[in-house]
Write a protein that binds this ligand. Structure first.
Ligand code: IYR
Length: 223
């Protein structure tokens, strides 16, 4: 392969012991992440959120078009509107739109249509996948692997926020059309999820069922 405008890789070789220790340390850090649904209103510096979004923006993605947009909502009057719209969708969802099987799957989490965190948490990050765009600002080319790219970016965003010491919640009100409207995003951008972040409320708790993770031999095989 011929690499256009090739640059030497900035690669730091490590010993196998060091690699295992670093992988283990990252696992120990990440395994303490819990999805939190009760947030404090204590402010969090904007710079931490900016750094986490820069981290999300390093995600591998289709043709390096970086097909994502993050609309960050701080505290403000827009929050009440957003909560109202989200809770209206959630009420319909929990009242039966979800169907019995889905509601049964959610029962161990204890979730319901009430979403006070949409007003309490200092930051909400609405994540959009761009069907069109390109490597340069203003491009309007077709994008590729948008779902996968945005999913990886969200994973990095959540890892960064957790590593920084913040609580997070991936919230996916269904449907999410109202997010595009409130965030004033164009029609070629699809809302993917809302990431809520801030400090956990003093009495925040999580359902034991959510912390039970499958063992390695269940999620992996080597051939
Ligand atoms: N969007 C709803 C329902 C919900 C769905 C799944 I799948 C979850 O893992 C959690 C919740 C809500 O936010 O309550």
């Amino acid at each position: 392969m011929i690499i256009p405008d090739a640059r030497p890789l900035d690669y730091e070789a490590r010993s196998e012991d060091d690699m295992q220790a670093r992988a283990q340390a990252f696992y120990e850090a990440m395994r303490t992440r819990r999805t939190v649904r009760e947030f404090s209103d204590r402010p969090v510096p904007r710079e931490i959120i900016e750094t986490a979004i820069l981290t999300a923006g390093t995600a591998p993605n289709g043709a390096n078009h970086q097909p994502w947009h993050f609309t960050v909502l701080g505290q403000g009057p827009i929050r009440a509107r957003l909560r109202e719209a989200a809770e209206a969708e959630e009420r319909a969802f929990y009242a039966g739109k979800a169907g019995a099987e889905w509601l049964e799957a959610l029962a161990p989490l204890g979730t319901d249509a009430s979403k006070p965190f949409l007003e309490t948490a200092p930051w909400l990050i609405a994540v959009f996948g761009q069907k069109r765009g390109g490597p340069q600002p203003g491009d309007f080319k077709k994008n590729y692997y948008v779902t996968e790219s945005v999913g990886i970016a969200c994973g990095l965003l959540l890892a960064s926020l957790h590593q920084a010491g913040l609580a997070t919640l991936t919230h996916t009100p269904n449907p999410m059309g109202f997010l595009s409207e409130i965030c004033e995003r164009p029609a070629h951008e699809k809302p993917v999820m809302l990431i809520v972040t801030g400090y956990p409320a003093g009495d925040a708790a999580y359902p034991a069922a959510a912390a039970s993770k499958k063992p390695l031999d269940e999620i992996c095989d080597f051939r």
